[in-house]
Design a protein around this ligand. Sequence first.
Ligand code: AMP
Length: 306
Amino acid sequence: MLMATPDLVIIGSMGLDDVKTPFGEVKNALGGSASYASYAASFFSKPGIVSVIGDDFPQGHLELLQKRGINLDGIEKKANGKTFRWNGLYEYDVNVAHTLKTELNVLADFKPKLPENYRDSEFLFLGNVPPEEQLDVLSQMRARPKLTVSDTMDFYIKSKKEKVLEVVKKADIALMNDSEARMLFNTHNLIKAAREILKLDSEYAIIKKGEHGALLFTDHSHFSAPGYPLEDVVDPTGCGDCFAGALMGYFASHKEISEARFRKGIIYASVIASFNAEGFSLSRLQRLTNDEIEKRYGEMKKIVEF
Ligand code: AMP
């Protein structure tokens, strides 16, 4: 039987997170960039994951993703391997996050292999795995995707800056948050950092500012998306991945790349990310409805009206 090509291919980590915030804590919770990004994308289209897990990865976590129509063919399960683990702590100001421990485990020597049915996908999200793996996946696509978006994090900028810059250059859009952009381009100024991104063959630059929204730059324009004024932040883990996954899921459902689509996509991405922060792991997204998404999208529209 011919397997369907996913609307969107997402490579990223899948892991077990121990997270503590001022509002509670979880242990062994489903985490990882691919888990969050694919779940967020599944509100708009049908993504397929490329990732690696150990044989200690709970079956229930996989079922949760499968139930959303997420294709799991590209997940490699390593016999006798230990799943990637991350331990994070957030301060009272939840914008301040501390990584207490990162155990790459099976992610350390992950050699991603795209299933045949993934290679023709038109949309590719290179989520957080080592940059060499992001480049490897891009090279396995049969044709250049319509849109390739990459993500990175301080962990890789510190240890593999040159490779991260190569990913930024090869992707159509490199997503980063404000502190990552400052670190990568050695500047305090986000406008200057965005210019550097645009110089690296990118038509669009998006810089995320955590709960304060996101900025979109092109050579000739600028869009500023507000953060949703959230009253009940519980755990911001994965918000960046949800932003990226929702943005890509939105594009994969519309198939048209334009600035107008970017503006709307960024708002949907902010909406999904804001819901994610209302619960630990994927708990809030699991009960999120399309009506709630549309309602918050409408509120965002009102916030920027003047
Ligand atoms: P975010 O809050 O969007 O930065 O993403 C948090 C998620 O990234 C957590 O669920 C972690 O499991 C995952 N993560 C943390 N460190 C790494 C890393 N070095 N490589 C890949 N994924 C990571």
